[in-house]
Design a protein around this ligand. Sequence first.
Ligand code: ZN
Length: 215
Amino acid sequence: MLEALIAALAVIICAVVWCAASNTDKPETEPAPEPVYAHTVVLDPGHGGEYPGCVRDGTEEKSLTLEICNRIRERLDDSSVGVIMTREEDATVSLDERCETANASGAALFVSIHANSFTDESVSGLESYFCKGSESGRALSDTVLAHAERAGIAVRYSREGDYQVIRDTKIPAILIETGYMTNPAELERLRSEEYQSLLAEAIAGAIIEYLGSAE
Ligand SMILES: [Zn+2]
């Protein structure tokens, strides 16, 4: 009888201990919520996959554009601006798909990144394009040019351009030709981490200024 009582008691104690233990085993931390950004922007690394863009001395435009966009993204991330990329790897993405991403994003603006080429190797400098009639595009484009110039980047102009990704996107949109791959000195700069970071800093700074003034 006593043995049976002890055995029953032991079972009860075990159950209490197990319950207490299993209670403390419950995860105390909720899964981290998705970050809430006041602003989101779409970055569009030009070309990709089967379309390398300009190829010069073993450097492909599609790689430069992705590297520069990743640096802009890092900089915007530090400023709590959310970023959507039209591609995050070496993938083939059509111009239609890039516009669809922008138009479905609910983002504040769209920035397409490219590198230029020309028959005359002496031509160099950054150019920024906006769609004809888009005052918001013009404002963003002019801001990019001003920030680049202030950073000591060689610039050419900010002006209207007829590119599908800025024509068919329904949010303020620009296309930046970061520099000429056909100019040997500029190609060397475009390949360097320091210059890519300088470009990213200037472009991200312009985006942040534009977002602040558009509020
Ligand atoms: Zn291009």
